[in-house]
Ligand binder design. Structure first.
Ligand code: UDP
Ligand code: MG
Length: 143
């Protein structure tokens, strides 16, 4: 998900391109201005953290771009492409390491496990907003 700061800064295209160019397949994409209720469900595991209220408040300041990507080890590789949570520790070459400085404005969210991804997809997407299509990537990207 491109966070509100990523959308405002015009980084949506760059973020999508990084995943497209690597060879991942987009199967869902939409702009959403999330309610606090949705965000509280999305970040429920962090509700006890001191930064929770500030995180929810910031995430509700504007629209985000929610996406679902498919590909080999996409969760693990996607997390590597994002970089560390705190941009001060994100390596150059990662999205956060190239485009962000402070932790609450780290431009992008990525699911960090298969079960979490399923939960998050269920929160953000209706089944008819996801697309099962044949892409040419299968022959050209994978052995
Ligand atoms: N966050 C924050 N302060 C912190 C830690 C995290 O504002 O001290 C924010 C940050 O934007 C992060 C989000 O909370 O992306 C979710 O935290 P998580 O630990 O799940 O990191 P992520 O999975 O996004 O790397
Ligand atoms: Mg997380």
């Amino acid at each position: 998900m491109v966070k509100p700061d990523g959308v405002q800064r015009g980084l949506t295209g760059e973020i999508i391109q990084r995943f497209e160019k690597r060879g991942y397949k987009m199967v869902g994409c939409k702009m959403v201005w999330p309610s606090k209720e949705l965000l509280e469900k999305h970040y429920a595991d962090l509700s006890g953290q001191p930064f929770f209220a500030g995180l929810i408040a910031f995430m509700a300041t504007g629209p985000v771009v929610a996406m679902v990507w498919e590909g080999k080890e996409i969760i693990k590789m996607g997390r590597m492409m994002l970089g560390a949570t705190n941009p001060q520790e994100s390596a150059p070459g990662t999205l956060r390491g190239d485009y962000s400085i402070d932790v609450t404005r780290n431009i992008i969210h990525g699911s960090d496990g298969v079960d979490i991804a399923k939960k998050e997809i269920g929160l953000w997407f209706k089944p008819e907003e996801m697309f099962d299509y044949k892409s040419c990537l299968k022959e050209m990207v994978y052995e």
